[in-house]
Write a protein that binds this ligand. Structure first.
Ligand code: GAR
Length: 189
């Protein structure tokens, strides 16, 4: 019997990458299921998208916990209980801490809207536009304690000669959705 792999997706905002992954699981492009969506922003649009698909959610407010270790301990126990094989960060705008890394390092990947190692951290697209970049891109990498510095798994570039960050986001997100699903499929093989 084939084992369907279990994914957790972490997101903080819109959740278009979450949707792409969940839809690919639902229609069989990924031999996997999203068993948990973790969100650190109560009220974020991604929550409704998970609920509409019947995917269990853990929504938390970091400031209600004494420390990052405290909320990550709770997250790890949920991941363990759900038997998660792979954690996919998809617009989770928070640095992963020691507790989560100790338990899941080697099983956590992230998508980032630049050709790493250029433009790490938040506002990567805005930084790249301000620089006058002509070749943009998307990276998927393993997560370690070095922010956006883990080993790269996949990248895809595109050319854009303009100065509109919104347009770069629009082009980049289409690429993200396809690249994330393709990369997860490869990793699960
Ligand atoms: C994505 O474009 C992702 O690359 C970016 O957040 C967006 C989330 O969009 N992540 C980062 O900037 C991480 N540093 P989504 O909520 O629609 O998936």
């Amino acid at each position: 019997m084939e084992t369907v792999k279990k994914l957790a997706v972490f997101a903080s905002g819109t959740g278009s990458n979450f949707e792409a992954i969940a839809d690919a699981c639902a229609d069989g492009r990924l031999d996997a299921g999203v068993v948990l969506m973790v969100c650190d922003k109560p009220g974020a649009p991604v929550i409704g998208k998970a609920e509409a698909r019947g995917i269990p959610c853990f929504v938390f407010s970091p400031k209600e916990y004494p420390s990052k270790a405290a909320f990550e301990t709770e997250i790890v126990s949920l991941l363990d209980a759900a038997g998660v094989d792979l954690v996919c960060l998809a617009g989770y705008m928070r640095i992963v801490g020691d507790v989560l890394l100790k338990a899941y390092e080697g099983r956590i990947i992230n998508i980032h809207p630049s050709l790493l190692p250029a433009f790490k951290g938040a506002h990567a697209v805005e930084q790249a536009v301000a620089y006058g970049v002509k070749v943009y891109g998307i990276s998927i990498h393993w997560v370690n304690s070095d922010l956006d510095g883990g080993r790269i798994i996949a990248q895809r570039a595109f050319e854009y000669d303009g100065n509109d960050p919104a347009e770069v986001h629009r082009i980049g997100q289409k690429i993200e959705h396809a690249l994330y699903v393709e990369t997860i499929a490869k990793l699960l093989k």
